[in-house]
Each structure stands twice: as structure tokens, then as C-alpha cells.
Design a protein around this ligand. Structure first.
Ligand code: CA
Length: 239
């Protein structure tokens, strides 16, 4: 009697944009994701993608690194600067030869990446994780700790009422820490929670983003809320 043990497919249908110039990959992605109830909107270039986005609100985008008439990286960067799309979950697709550049993709604002060739099953599980996180994210209102006020939906941080400009990753990192204050997280745990499980990023990347975050908070006297716990990791504390 193991039927009750079966995992239910709990995918919520999403509108997924693909920007990929290789038709075979586009078709494979569409086929794989539509089986799970998603609507997949395929485009072969950035301009085509822009067209589709003008008429359909997307829940997630899959963007190829190398595209005709402009790189996927520039496209991702431009989406992150746009208030309409700065929260859109984005997965970048890369060829193996471009893999060393992937930190640039994550810095530009991609949430995750997949190296070609990838399996439809892997793609689906990454998408599921990203959609779940983005829905959790949308559900939150404003988190206030000391002088800091973080408006999740508007993707906006203020310190004593003054706007603080943060990079995409810094915003996600601070959101996670502010949601879970007074608890120490190791670099590995932060990579899992903020970048997503299974992302192969070096631990020192976390230090780089913490450093940037402190730099942005310092003029507001809030950098001391980010504690370095020697030999353990980082913790967000009330002032
Ligand atoms: Ca390509």
C-alpha cells in the first residue's frame, strides 16, 4: 500500500518565457514544461522576447547566453534594471565553453543556470524550486529591523527612510537574513538558501556579496547589523 506515499505533482501553472536561438532546445523545453501544465512562450531573439513580454506577464524566463543581435547577459541585465522585471526568476543556459563566465551571469541578475546539454527533468526541478521561492517571496510584506525597512514586493530597501541602492544578489541575501535574524548561517547554507541548492558557486562569492552589502549599509550606520561569526559564517542582528 504505497499509493499514499506518492508525491503529488504540485506545480502551479506558470507562464514561462524562453529566449533561445536553437530551435531544437526551444522545442525540447516547451515539450518538457507543457507536460507539467505550464504555458511556454518561445522566442529566438531578444526582440522577439520583448514582443511576447509586452502582451503576456511572465512568471519565469529561460535565457540563452549567446543570442543573435545581443547577448543574453545584456538582456538579463536590462530586465533587472526594469522595475517591472527586477523580481522575475531567470535561468541562464550556457554552453560548456562559457561556463567559466557564469559568475558574470549571476552578477547580472540570473537566479540560476544550466549547462547544455541538460535533461528536461533537471530543468523542471530547477524551475519548480525557483517558482516556489518566488511565490514565497511575493507573499511577504515589509520587514522592519531597526533602521532598515525592506519592501519585498517593491524590491526596495530604506534606512531611516532613505532609499538604499542594492544589487540584485545583495537584495536577495539581505532579504533572507532579515527574514531569519539572530541565527548564524554558514556560507554553504547561504548559497543554498539565497542562490538555490545545487548551484556550484565558490563560497568566497558569499563574502564578496556580504562586503558589497556592508558597503551599501555603512553610510546609514547599519553595516554593523551584519555580523561575521568567526569560523561559522554570518548573522543578521538587531542593532
Ligand atoms: Ca545560442
Amino acid at each position: 500500500m504505497n499509493t499514499s506515499q506518492q508525491t503529488k505533482n504540485t506545480d502551479m501553472p506558470a507562464h514561462i518565457l524562453t529566449v533561445e536561438d536553437e530551435a531544437a532546445i526551444r522545442d525540447m523545453v516547451k515539450f518538457a514544461l507543457e507536460r507539467h501544465g505550464h504555458s511556454v512562450h518561445n522566442s529566438g531573439s531578444v526582440s522577439e522576447a520583448r514582443h511576447l513580454m509586452a502582451t503576456q506577464e511572465m512568471d519565469l524566463a529561460i535565457v540563452d547566453w549567446m543570442l543573435p543581435g545581443g547577448s543574453g547577459l545584456e538582456f538579463v541585465r536590462s530586465l533587472r534594471k526594469d522595475p517591472l522585471y527586477n523580481n522575475l526568476p531567470i535561468i541562464m543556459l550556457t554552453a560548456r565553453t562559457e561556463e567559466h563566465d557564469i559568475t558574470a551571469g549571476l552578477d547580472a541578475g540570473a537566479d540560476d543556470y544550466l549547462t547544455k546539454p541538460f535533461s528536461p527533468r533537471e530543468l523542471h526541478s530547477r524551475i519548480k524550486a525557483l517558482l516556489r521561492r518566488s511565490r514565497d517571496f511575493k507573499g511577504d510584506a515589509t520587514i522592519v529591523h531597526g533602521p532598515l525597512s525592506l519592501d519585498i514586493a517593491a524590491h526596495r530597501l530604506t534606512a531611516n527612510g532613505e532609499e538604499v541602492t542594492l544589487g540584485h544578489t545583495e537584495f536577495k541575501l539581505l532579504s533572507f537574513l532579515m527574514k531569519n535574524p539572530d541565527r548564524v548561517y554558514s556560507r554553504t547554507q547561504l548559497l543554498d538558501h539565497v542562490w538555490g541548492p545545487g548551484t556550484f558557486i565558490e563560497e568566497r562569492t558569499v563574502d564578496v556579496h556580504i562586503l558589497r552589502l556592508r558597503k551599501s549599509l555603512k553610510p546609514h550606520g547599519a553595516d554593523s547589523m551584519l555580523d561575521t561569526v568567526r569560523g561559522a559564517g554570518y548573522r543578521f542582528t538587531h542593532l
